[in-house]
Design a protein around this ligand. Structure first.
Ligand code: ZN
Length: 275
C-alpha cells in the first residue's frame, strides 16, 4: 500500500486535541489541511449545536460523526429506558450538527452475562431505528477491545458487530472499525471483508498500541508509536470498498500535556508516514 497522497481523507476527533475548545480545533485543523472532524458531545456543551455545525462547515470541514451514543445495557428497565432517552438526544444533536453518523460504545454491566448485554444492545438499537430514519442519522457499532468487556462494551470483535448488523438488517446500522480495538484479531481480515459485503463499514479509526500500555483508557499511541500494522489494515479496509475518512482518535494523557500546536503537526506527519 502506497502512502496517502494528501490529507483529503484525514479526519481528527475533537477528543484527540482535548485541551482545545471545538472552535479552536476547527480553526487549527482547517489551517493544517485536515478535511474532516468527528465531534465529541462534551465539546458541544453550552453551544448552539446548529450554529456550531455551520461553523465547522465554514472552515471547510466535513462533520464525519458524533461521539458517542450507546451504553444500552442496564440491570433494570428504568436504566435501559434512560439510556434510550440519551441516545435519542444524541440523534437530535447529530441532526442539528449535520453529522450523518453516531458512533456507539455499546455498553456492558459488570456481572451481567455478556450474552444478555448483547441482547439488550440489539434491542436498544432496534428501538432507535425509527428515530434514525426520521433524523437521517446512522448508527455505527464500535466493537471494543475485550479488556473493556466488563463495563464498556459487550461487543468485542468485528465478527460480533457484523453478526448484529446482519440480524438488524437496516441501512441505518453499520460498524466503526477502530484499529486499537481490533488489530489483534486473527479473523480481522475476513471480518473486514464481510463487513464490506454487508455494506456496513461506516467508519475507520486509527491510532497505535503502545508497549507497555500503562493506562487502559488514556494511553493510546500516535500512529507509528506502537505495534499496529496500520498500512496492512488500511489495505484490507479499502479492499472492502471503504472510501470514507481515516479518523485519528487518540486518548492520551501524555499527548494532551504537549503543546497542542506541536502535537497537531506530529499528527499530520504521522498520518503521512504511517496510515
Ligand atoms: Zn474509535
Amino acid at each position: 500500500m502506497s502512502p496517502l497522497p494528501d490529507l483529503s481523507r484525514l479526519c481528527i476527533h475533537t477528543i484527540t486535541t482535548k485541551p482545545w475548545a471545538i472552535e479552536t480545533s476547527a480553526q487549527k485543523f482547517a489551517a493544517a489541511g485536515v478535511k474532516g472532524i468527528t465531534v465529541w458531545r462534551d465539546t458541544l456543551a453550552g453551544r448552539d449545536i446548529k450554529q456550531t455545525g455551520q461553523l465547522l462547515r465554514d472552515h471547510g470541514l466535513s462533520v464525519v460523526s458524533l461521539c458517542r451514543g450507546g451504553f444500552f445495557p442496564g440491570k433494570t428497565a428504568t436504566e435501559r429506558t434512560k439510556a434510550l432517552d440519551d441516545n435519542r438526544l444524541a440523534i437530535a444533536e447529530a441532526h442539528a450538527l449535520g453529522a450523518p453518523l453516531i458512533v456507539l460504545v455499546c455498553g456492558a454491566v459488570p456481572g451481567q452475562p455478556l450474552t444478555e448485554s448483547r441482547k439488550q444492545i440489539q434491542d436498544g438499537i432496534t428501538a432507535l431505528l425509527p428515530d434514525c430514519q426520521a433524523a437521517g442519522v446512522k448508527l455505527a457499532i464500535e466493537p471494543l477491545h475485550p479488556m473493556y468487556a466488563d463495563s464498556r462494551s459487550a461487543v468485542n470483535t468485528l465478527g460480533q458487530a457484523n453478526d448484529m448488523v446482519e440480524a438488524l438488517k437496516s441501512p441505518y446500522v453499520g460498524v466503526a472499525a477502530d484499529v486499537y480495538h481490533l488489530w489483534w484479531d486473527p479473523a480481522l481480515e475476513a471480518e473486514i471483508a464481510r463487513c464490506g459485503r454487508l455494506k456496513a463499514l461506516f467508519a475507520y479509526h486509527v491510532c497505535d498500541w503502545r508497549t507497555p500500555t500503562i493506562d487502559l483508557l488514556n494511553d493510546r499511541g500516535l500512529m507509528g508509536e506502537g505495534c499496529i500494522p496500520l498500512r496492512q489494515i488500511r489495505a484490507w479496509v479499502e479492499a472492502a470498498g471503504f472510501k470514507g475518512f481515516n479518523e485519528v482518535e487518540i486518548f492520551s494523557t501524555r499527548l494532551w500535556a504537549m503543546d497542542q500546536d506541536d502535537y497537531l503537526k506530529k499528527i499530520v506527519q504521522a498520518y503521512k508516514d504511517h496510515v
